[in-house]
Design a protein around this ligand. Structure first.
Ligand code: F6R
Length: 242
C-alpha cells in the first residue's frame, strides 16, 4: 500500500516531508537516512537546515547513504551528486562527513564499485528512512524502466529521456554522463520506511500511472506499492490527474 499525502504546493510538500524526516531523527538520533538528489528534495533540505540552525534538530549521530552518483564525474564537479549533497545539505548541518556515503563516481571499475557500495549499504544495518524522487518515466534512483527489477547496486546506462532531462545542468547534452551507479530496487525496498516526493504538473502523468496502474518494472516506482511503509507526498499539480 502506498499512502498518499496531498499538499497545496511545493513548499507545503517540502515542509511535510521535512517533518517526517525530522520526526525520524528525533525519535532515533542514530538513524540511517537514505538520501536523494534532484530538484524535488531541495526544499526539504532547506527546511531541515533551518530547523537545525534553530537548534531543533541534531544530525551528529545520523548516518546517510545516497541513492546514486554519475560515473566519471569528480567530486568537485558541480553536477556530481557528492557536490550536490555537500552544497545543499551536509555542509550546513552537523552530520559527520565520514558517516555520509555515496557511490564513488570516479571508480571506473563498475563491478568493483557496485560490490563495494552494496557492502556499504549492508554495513549500515538497514536504512531507517529512504527519501526518493520520481523521474518523469517512473525511475527511482537511476533504476530506469526495464524488463525486470534490479536487485542490487548496479551501473546503468542512462536512457535518452533522462539524458535530455539532465542536459540543462551541463554545458551541452554531449557532456551529460552516460552511466551512473545506483542502488537497486532490492536495497530500496529493504528500507524500513520509504518517502517519495513529487511536485509540479510534469509529474502528473507518471503519478497517475503509479497510483492507478499495475506494479511493473516499466514503472520502477510502482514496486513501492508492495512496500509495507511507503508514503507519497505530492502537491496538487503533481496529483492533478489522480
Ligand atoms: C536523484 C535520483 C532521481 C531523482 C529523479 C527526480 O538522486 O535518484 O531518481 O529523484 O530523477 O528528479 P527531480 O526531483 O529533479 O524531478
Amino acid at each position: 500500500m502506498l499512502k498518499v499525502v496531498r499538499t497545496r504546493d511545493y513548499d507545503d510538500m517540502s515542509r511535510k516531508a521535512a517533518n517526517v524526516i525530522s520526526a525520524q531523527v528525533i525519535l532515533k538520533p542514530d538513524s540511517v537516512l537514505g538520501l536523494a538528489t534532484g530538484s524535488t528534495p531541495l526544499g526539504i533540505y532547506r527546511t531541515l537546515i533551518g530547523w537545525y540552525q534553530k537548534g531543533d534538530l541534531d544530525f551528529a549521530h545520523v548516518r546517510s547513504v545516497n541513492l546514486d552518483e554519475y560515473q566519471g564525474l569528480p567530486r568537485e564537479h558541480d553536477q556530481s551528486y557528492y557536490y550536490f549533497m555537500n552544497e545543499n545539505f551536509f555542509k550546513h548541518i552537523n552530520i559527520d562527513p565520514e558517516q555520509t556515503h555515496l557511490p564513488d563516481g570516479m571508480n571506473m571499475d563498475a563491478e568493483g564499485e557496485c560490490a563495494r557500495y552494496h557492502q556499504v549499504v549492508e554495513s549500515m544495518g538497514g536504512i531507517d528512512l529512504q527519501l526518493l524522487g520520481i523521474g518523469n518515466n517512473g525511475h527511482i534512483g537511476f533504476n530506469e524502466p526495464a524488463e525486470d527489477f534490479a536487485e542490487r547496486v548496479h551501473c546503468v546506462e542512462l536512457t535518452e529521456s533522462t539524458i535530455r532531462a539532465n542536459a540543462r545542468f551541463f554545458a551541452s547534452e554531449a557532456d551529460v554522463p552516460r552511466y551512473a551507479y545506483t542502488m537497486g530496487i532490492g536495497e530500496i525496498m529493504s528500507a524500513k520506511r520509504v518517502l517519495i516526493v513529487a511536485s509540479g504538473k510534469a509529474k502528473a502523468p507518471i503519478l497517475r500511472d503509479l497510483i492507478h496502474g499495475p506494479v511493473t518494472p516499466h514503472v520502477p516506482a510502482s514496486i513501492l506499492k508492495f512496500h509495507p511503509d511507503a508514503t507519497l507526498i505530492a502537491d496538487e499539480d503533481a496529483l492533478s490527474l489522480v
